[in-house]
Design a protein around this ligand. Sequence first.
Ligand code: ATP
Ligand code: MG
Length: 139
Amino acid sequence: MPIEQTLSLIKPDGVARGLIGDVIGRFEKHGLKIRAMKMLHLSLDQAQAFYAVHQERPFYDSLTQFMSSGPIVAMILEGENAIRVNRDLMGATDYRQADPGTIRADFARDIEANIVHGSDAPGTAKAEIAFFFNALEQV
Ligand code: ATP
Ligand code: MG
């Protein structure tokens, strides 16, 4: 199985609700290594750039306002099939459809404020990692 890197974000709701430790604990317990990590507060412009792929979607304005509403934690996770493993730990976008035991099933109460973001493919992982981290910040 390939060793991959993926970008994980703990969204403003996850940080505000004190879930940083719980979320990171799940990643570490399932073999994902943290290769970079920082807390930051996105501006609206930065959130719009990060989610540009969704700019035609009806939830784009609301999503980008939410993502710039408070601090987030950004991480590079690394491991075998890290993109899939992270997505499986996150659960479905809509917490009502997320498998029991996933982060979103356990904690999310809203389709938009759903605790975490994870890259969905190797190409987006590379671009999203470069959006948040420069080479010096990657261990
Ligand atoms: P993410 O990209 O955050 O990891 P995802 O890949 O599961 O989540 P996407 O379809 O890429 O989901 O949507 C990006 C984000 O937009 C979702 O995580 C959620 O915060 C928000 N979102 C998605 N669908 C809706 C919706 N129907 N209504 C409101 N917000 C939504
Ligand atoms: Mg997505």
